[in-house]
Design a protein around this ligand. Structure first.
Ligand code: SF4
Ligand code: SF4
Length: 124
């Protein structure tokens, strides 16, 4: 898959109910403002999808790292972001390090068409 790096813990556990049935109109991406919350990412608690938000270690600056979003799993629910409509403040990332981007823009940038449903886990 394109745009995916190896997933490490901590990662989102999910609510066990939400699933992606259709490709969302918007996707979450983390920006360079992501600090990794010193290894205890606040954002992953909000994500309803298992393994959608995951840790990527900074190999040059262990134990630092950052959180990334799996575009094949994200449902665009915006629960991880802190910016609401009309400037309202939501509960998500306290560092405002998550942006929502149009899915078609992400696809154009990466040269891939995302599927509706996520691919099966490896080995299935
Ligand atoms: S996206 Fe925000 S809440 Fe999540 S690890 Fe980065 S800074 Fe912390
Ligand atoms: S938009 Fe929803 S599904 Fe996507 S990363 Fe944020 S909380 Fe998870």
């Amino acid at each position: 898959m394109i745009g995916i790096v190896e997933k490490h813990w901590p990662m989102s556990v999910g609510d066990g109910k939400a699933t992606r049935k259709k490709k969302p109109r918007i996707l979450a991406i983390t920006t360079d403002c992501c600090t990794g919350c010193a290894g205890s990412p606040a954002c992953i608690e909000y994500c309803p999808i298992e393994a959608c938000m995951f840790w990527v270690p900074d190999e040059d600056h262990t134990p630092f790292g950052r959180i990334e979003v799996d575009p094949y799993l994200c449902i665009g629910c915006q629960k991880c972001i802190s910016k609401g409509p009309d400037g309202a403040f939501l509960d998500g990332c306290p560092w405002d390090a998550i942006e929502m981007v149009p899915t078609e823009d992400w696809e154009a940038m990466h040269g891939v068409a995302l599927p509706d449903a996520p691919p099966p886990p490896p080995g299935q």
